[in-house]
Every structure is written in structure tokens, then in C-alpha cells.
Design a protein around this ligand. Structure first.
Ligand code: ATP
Ligand code: MG
Length: 440
């Protein structure tokens, strides 16, 4: 069912004498029985005509040159796009020119995949010129027209296809598959931002592991840092797969969240560079977490990853192999240093990593992780104050005592926090102020 809001847009365009249809991803989702997260409308009206029809509504016309006007109805933007054909894509990214078309057919033909190339008519029946419904029923991603040509027009479609396959758990049709792999170098001319958006979508999809396994060459084109893992044997009794397969198993065990997924994808990528065999022929990878972190940082910077995601992922990569404390006191200190949330995240990553080991490595690792989880729980339960936020004195109190702001103040606060957390001082303002006065 098309929501009232979108229907009112279609209705106004039709009343004004234009053709208008809901089109694209919303039709796909609706036919799959999933509520669409946004709605696109295509129409025979030109951008100026769209503006005239919706003269009374707030609009965003950032895409006007390409025929798109977004109108805001009920605080939500609905994109309205003039039927168009895309001209030659000179740089494999942007059409050099768009040609506006009089009818729907050409507009559906320019769309990337058959399941994305359907519209709904006035009776809300699908208009399906490229067997999109059949592919939807059979769970298939297939380009509209020749895949090589379509990817050469816009290389990003390779990643879009992988994203839809991953999110919907669809198979990619063989010719489309072949073209994605053969034409993967096209991705070298796509902007980092567009790549990273699609990559995150691929990583969090329900079939992400399967898609990455089958399309590793495509992934390695955008993340060459990962390529040396493929086929790299570990020569270790703790592992029964090569580094890349181990990575995929750990990745598949993780929650579908970009931070965990990126962390597990990169956690062992430094292994090939750190490999050595001892006199017994056994493989070791000393220092690999640091190396993995370095490689991940380079890759994430190149892809213009946001700093919050990057910071969390890099911490998890660097620490994935560390031994956590065995005593309450040391665990407490670690919580104060790293923060509770990061430690739970780290234990999640360690568990995924452990699950992807051979039984000889897996079982003791899982026992340790459980022990650490219990210890962390106990510390959080038993310590009333573990962060500066809940400490009874603040920087302002120290300023009032005449202390200058700066790193010395931070050190003193952290020192007081430790004493409180360890039970050596009560978390009470007078006692803490008295202590502070003595140490300024
Ligand atoms: P999502 O659910 O992720 O929003 P979507 O199919 O709606 O998926 P959008 O990026 O919102 O994807 O694009 C809307 C529609 O525009 C697509 O369904 C497709 O028909 C068309 N489209 C978008 N990007 C491209 C492209 N690069 N090449 C061809 N057609 C495209
Ligand atoms: Mg969409």
C-alpha cells in the first residue's frame, strides 16, 4: 500500500496532467512485504513543472540539474524525479548529461538492477518491463541490460549489487557476477565517500559473509590491505583455516554493526607481514595486532571513515589478542582507563575471534573470556565509582581550590578516582577536597 502522503503527491501530479509513479527501491521492498524506508516518485513533469505543482510546499532542489526535486511533506522529503535517460558516463560516475524523457520506459531502463526497475501504476499494480518480479521471487540480483556496459557507465553499481545481495540474502546472476569481478578495477575511479557508504551496507547485511567470500577480489580492490590474508596458511595447531577464512568465520560470528564488522575484517590483516616459523616449523605472528591496526588506519582514513567509528574499530583491532586482568583491582583500573563500553565490545570481538579457531585454541579462549566477563560484571557491581563523572569532586572544585587548569589537574583527578575506586578514600566531597588540598 502506498502511504497517503506519497499518494497525495502522485495525485497532484496526475491532476496537473502529468504521469507519475512510485518507483525503484520502494516498489521492491513493498513487493517483498517490507515497509519501504523512503519513497521515490518519477514523473513526466520537468523540474520547473514539479516546482509549479508543489509551489506551496518547502522543497530541496539540490539535484535539479539531474531532474530531481525533493518536496517536504509532513517533515519527510520525497524525491520526485523527471523521467530521464543518463547520457554517457565520462568518468564512470556521473552522467555527462541527462536527457529528459516523455515516458516511463526509458526511465526504468536506466536503473541498475531488475528488482530496482519497477514502478506502480494508478491501481498500485507493478509495471515490470525487465522481469524484476521473477528475479525478486527467485532471489536474484541481475543488471538491467548488459552488466559490463552498465558497470562501465557507473562502477559504483558493482558495490550496490553486492549490498543488495548481502542485505536481501539474494544470489547474483552468473553474467552479472562475472562482470562484477572482471570490471572491479572501475572502482578505482569512484569517490571514497560513495565507496565507504556502500561498503558499510555490504558489511552489515544478513548474507555479508557469503558475499565477501564469493567476491573477495572485489573487496580486495577497495581494501588491498586485506588481500595478503587470502590463502595464507597459519602453520599453527590453534587454527584449521587460512588467515582469510579465519577472518570470515570471525566476521560472520559478529553482530551486524559496522564497528564490529570492520574490526573483525581487519583484526588479523597484519599477520602475513608478521609471520615467522620457529625451529619446529610452527607459525607465529608476534606483533600482528599493532600491524593490523596500522593497516586498518590507513585504509579507513583513505575511505574517509568518520572518526568515532574509526577510533572504536582501531581500539578493538589493536587489543583483540590481549590478555585481560585476572584480579578485581587490575580489572577496575582497566575499566577506569578504557571505559566499560569498550571492554564489553572487546570481549565481544574476542569471543568472535575465539569461535573461529580450531578447538584446541577455541575452548581455552572461550573459558578465559567467560572468566573476564564475570570479573568485569563483579567489578561493575561492587565499585560505586569508576569514572570521573561519578566522582564527588570535579575540575571546577579544584579550580576553586586555586589549582590551574591543565594536565596536572587531570592527573590528580584520575589519581583520586583510583583511590576511591580501590576503597582507599570515600567518595565524599569533604574528604576528597581535603585530600586534594594536600596534593595541589
Ligand atoms: P535503499 O533501500 O538502499 O534506499 P534503493 O533501491 O531505494 O535502495 P537508492 O540509492 O535510494 O536505492 O536509489 C533509488 C533507485 O534509483 C534505485 O532503486 C534504482 O532504481 C535507482 N538508482 C540508484 N542509484 C543508481 C545507480 N547508481 N545506477 C542506476 N540506478 C540507480
Ligand atoms: Mg532508496
Amino acid at each position: 500500500m502506498i502511504p497517503q502522503l506519497v499518494n497525495s503527491i502522485l495525485y497532484r501530479l496526475r491532476q496537473a496532467g502529468y504521469q507519475a509513479y512510485a518507483v525503484g527501491g520502494c516498489v521492491r521492498d513493498l513487493l517483498r512485504g517490507e515497509p519501504p524506508h523512503d519513497w521515490d516518485v518519477c514523473t513526466s513533469a520537468r523540474p520547473e513543472e514539479i516546482e509549479q505543482v508543489f509551489f506551496d510546499l518547502p522543497r530541496i532542489d539540490t539535484g535539479k540539474k539531474h531532474g530531481t526535486v525533493a518536496v517536504i511533506l509532513d517533515h519527510k522529503p520525497v524525491e520526485i524525479t523527471t523521467f530521464r535517460a543518463d547520457g554517457a558516463y565520462l568518468d564512470h560516475r556521473h552522467p555527462a548529461a541527462v536527457t529528459f524523457l516523455p515516458d516511463l520506459r526509458g526511465d526504468l531502463a536506466r536503473r541498475d538492477f531488475t528488482v530496482n526497475a519497477m514502478a506502480l501504476d494508478e491501481q498500485e499494480q507493478p509495471i515490470d518491463l525487465f522481469s524484476g518480479q521473477e528475479d525478486l521471487k527467485n532471489h536474484i540480483i541481475r543488471t538491467v541490460g548488459d552488466p559490463v556496459e552498465r558497470f562501465r557507465e557507473d562502477g559504483l553499481r558493482i558495490l550496490r549489487g553486492l549490498r543488495f545481495a548481502s542485505r536481501l540474502d539474494f544470489e547474483i546472476e552468473p553474467k552479472t557476477t562475472r562482470a562484477m569481478i572482471e570490471e572491479r578495477a572501475l572502482l578505482n575511479s569512484i569517490s571514497a565517500e560513495r565507496i565507504f557508504t556502500e561498503l558499510k551496507g555490504i558489511l552489515v547485511g544478513q548474507a555479508a559473509g557469503r558475499v565477501l567470500r564469493a567476491f573477495a577480489p572485489v573487496l580486495f580492490t577497495i581494501l588491498p590491505e586485506l588481500a595478503p590474508m587470502a590463502g595464507f596458511e597459519q602453520h599453527s595447531p590453534y587454527h584449521d583455516s587460512d588467515v582469510w577464512e579465519h577472518t570470515l568465520l570471525a566476521f560472520e560470528a559478529s553482530p551486524p554493526d559496522p564497528v564490529f564488522r570492520l574490526a573483525l575484517l581487519f583484526h588479523d590483516c597484519g599477520k602475513p607481514a608478521c609471520f615467522f616459523r620457529d625451529e619446529n616449523g610452527r607459525g607465529h605472528f608476534y606483533g600482528h595486532p599493532q600491524k593490523s591496526r596500522e593497516l586498518a588506519e590507513g585504509a579507513l582514513r583513505r575511505l574517509k571513515c568518520d572518526s568515532a567509528t574509526m577510533e572504536r574499530a582501531l581500539y578493538l583491532i589493536e587489543k583483540h589478542d590481549t590478555w585481560l586482568p585476572e584480579t578485581e583491582k587490575n580489572m577496575r583500573h582497566l575499566v577506569m582507563q578504557a571505559g566499560e563500553a569498550r571492554l564489553w565490545d572487546l570481549l565481544t570481538v574476542q569471543r568472535c575471534d575465539a569461535l573461529a579457531h580450531a578447538p584446541l585454541g577455541r575452548n581455552p579462549a572461550l573459558r578465559n573470556i567467560e572468566k573476564w566477563e564475570q570479573l568485569l560484571d563483579a567489578v561493575l557491581r561492587d565499585t560505586p565509582c569508576l569514572s570521573l563523572k561519578s566522582l564527588a569532586v570535579s575540575g571546577d572544585d579544584l579550580l576553586a581550590l586555586g589549582m590551574a587548569p591543565g594536565s596536572r589537574m587531570g592527573q590528580l583527578l584520575n589519581h583520586i578516582l583510583e583511590l576511591v575506586a580501590d576503597g582507599d578514600l570515600p567518595n565524599e566531597k569533604p574528604a576528597l577536597l581535603a585530600y586534594a588540598k594536600k596534593h595541589i
